[in-house]
Design a protein around this ligand. Sequence first.
Ligand code: HPA
Length: 268
Amino acid sequence: MNYQAAADYIREKIQGDFDTCVVLGSGYGKLIDKLPQKVTISYSEIPFFPVSTVPGHKGEMVFASFQGKNVVFLSGRFHFYEGYSLQEVTCYVRVLKLLGVKNLILTNATGSINPNFKAGDLVVISDHIKLGLQSPLFGPNDETFGPRFHDMSCAYSKDLREKAKQAFERVGIPYQTGVYAMMGGPQFETPAEIRALGILGADMVGMSTVPEVIVANHTGMKVLGISLISNLAAGISKAPLSHEEVMEEGRRATEKFWGVLCELIQLL
Ligand code: HPA
């Protein structure tokens, strides 16, 4: 992947510094329609960039002025289950780094394992569990981005988590805190897998985010993760799971999330 060529292409189209990126997960794509003064770049025009193939993931980078700050929004991300390598899944993180982004805010939809969570809840991710999948940093290390062995003991920035909690409190929206477990998908989990994840300490489960968090930490970016509980995980819910349900809950949570994001960006 030629990260520099992708960054150079984007840099020619934008003006100013963009410190913060918000990645919009499943169902949140519509939020970018609300942004004023934006430059939109489709993934398909960026050299070496993959395109997202999942419904609800538009495949655009939007550079906008938001709450008086320059913020880049990604509508659509890449997933391992689409057949991309973990290097492709995470390539955008390194491109953002080259563009000068310092804060990466990742959103996603998840199934809840913790019995205290319910559909529609927003959760500040405190930590994660990666099972089975290789690391996106497998292979020769590119020292220009970070060291061979990097620390993950505070992968989700304490400072950003505190600011997120403040933002929730200011807008009067309740939030949860929890540990995110990544499964490869695309199939949803079995009830036995969900029971196992619960025993391991996971509060919720999803199919994204963790590879990006690893690469962002490697480059020294600060990361914040916010999950939307779109469904109760398999076995906790008695009903079969579906992507439509995930998307629908995302659409319903959009306004709530938007309010929190407006506050949060002001606090950065
Ligand atoms: N499992 C895995 N990924 C998900 C789920 C789930 O239940 N809901 C939304 N993304």
